[in-house]
Design a protein around this ligand. Structure first.
Ligand SMILES: [Ca+2]
Ligand SMILES: [Ca+2]
Length: 371
């Protein structure tokens, strides 16, 4: 029993995508609702730019929208922000093109068909590589734990302590982008669903093939805001609890009762929810989206009282909760987020996880520099 417990905790450290972050969500969401102060909706507006400048552009940016250059205030919009979202600071962003949707199964399949690429979740875990990022003398787990695997969500049968994420996250064998719910599942007929079980490393390889790149964290937040200043969400400031039509999230009681007011229990096909002001679908919810930046808890402090000019993130990762793990940023929340547990769909909410991890609710979208 002792050994079993040790392996469980070890696997959570290894493959612990989102674990600490989910705890962070819990801490945020436990704040009183009385702290929530919606501001006026008058600033909401729709601004979609979809023109292209040349034939070459039109090929490259198919399925993308132009995000115009500008300066915005990056970071928490109210007291619900987590500590790493402060201080709010000015950021200048050059124009860029961004995918209207999360990268789909059909798009990723084209990449795999042309390159033969094998994703992280489809490979056995290389213990020699992995242990370099773990505390010294971490024991090697049983070989069965090193088999190709990814993280799956499982309902609990009843209310549980929300700080014990191992109750609903299971590291599961045979789970990958082609079999998102395990060996018995497939993506047949799901071309327009977001590809999932994609590690940051996988997303990088796709970008190289496509001639594109991942957005920086600053670009992502700027795009998510959709041209609305000081908005908590990509649609403005109306609470998610009142507008389930805005994004695919978790309605009801997490993690045991999904009431599905938004009509989707888990993943939704892309474009089932309205775009934000820049024409981006599912920038909030559905699946988390990788950014190019390393995560640093203190990064925003570097830009206090100055304008950050197209920041590309820190040179090194730092998460005080797991300082021995290097983590990349993810943004936007997923179908597992809700107001009572995880508000990851807030514009400024910062998620972080190691670049070799994958899960049922993590994907990405790409960008291209606008010249
Ligand atoms: Ca949903
Ligand atoms: Ca998303």
């Amino acid at each position: 029993m002792k050994n079993k417990k040790k392996f469980l905790s070890l696997s959570i450290i290894f493959y612990g995508i989102l674990f600490k972050s989910l705890v962070s969500c819990f801490e945020i969401s436990n704040k009183s609702n009385s702290d929530f102060h919606p501001v006026s909706q008058n600033k909401e507006k729709t601004r979609v730019v979809s023109s292209v400048k040349s034939i070459q552009d039109s090929i490259l940016v198919s399925g993308m929208v132009l995000i115009p250059s500008g300066t915005f205030e990056m970071g928490a919009d109210d007291s619900n922000g987590f500590e790493d979202e402060f201080p709010k600071h000015s950021v200048k962003i050059n124009a860029f093109w961004m995918d209207k949707t999360e990268v789909t199964n059909a798009q990723f399949k084209k990449f795999v068909d042309q390159t033969g690429y094998i994703t992280t979740a489809e490979k056995e875990i290389n213990w020699d590589e992995m242990k370099k990022n773990l505390p010294p003398n971490t024991p090697k787990p049983d070989d069965s734990l090193l088999a190709p695997s990814s993280l799956l969500f499982n309902y609990t049968s009843s209310p549980v302590q929300l700080n014990d994420y191992s109750q609903w996250w299971k590291f599961s064998k045979g789970v990958n982008w082609k079999h998102p719910w395990g060996p018995g599942s497939s993506i047949d007929g799901k071309d327009n669903f977001p590809v999932v079980h994609i590690s940051w490393n996988d997303a990088q390889e796709y970008c190289k093939w496509a001639g594109k790149r991942l957005p920086t964290e600053a670009e992502w937040e700027y795009a998510s805001r959709g041209g609305i200043e000081h908005s908590i969400y990509s649609w403005g400031n109306s609470p998610i609890s009142l507008i389930s039509s805005k994004a695919n999230t978790w309605n009801g009681l997490f993690p045991y009762n999904n009431s599905m007011e938004d009509n989707f229990e888990f993943l939704a096909p892309v474009k089932k929810f309205p775009p934000n002001g820049y024409g981006l679908h599912d920038i909030s919810g559905n699946v988390w989206e990788w950014c190019s930046d390393w995560y640093d808890y203190n990064y925003y402090k570097l830009f206090e009282n100055q304008i950050a000019d197209n920041p590309i993130g820190p040179k090194n990762s730092y998460d005080p909760n797991e300082p021995y793990l290097d983590k990349k940023v993810m943004r936007g929340g997923s179908f597992l987020c809700n107001e009572s547990y995880c508000s990851g769909y807030r514009n400024s909410m910062r998620m972080k996880t190691t670049p070799d991890t994958s899960s049922i609710h993590a994907g990405f979208r790409t960008v291209v520099d606008a010249i």
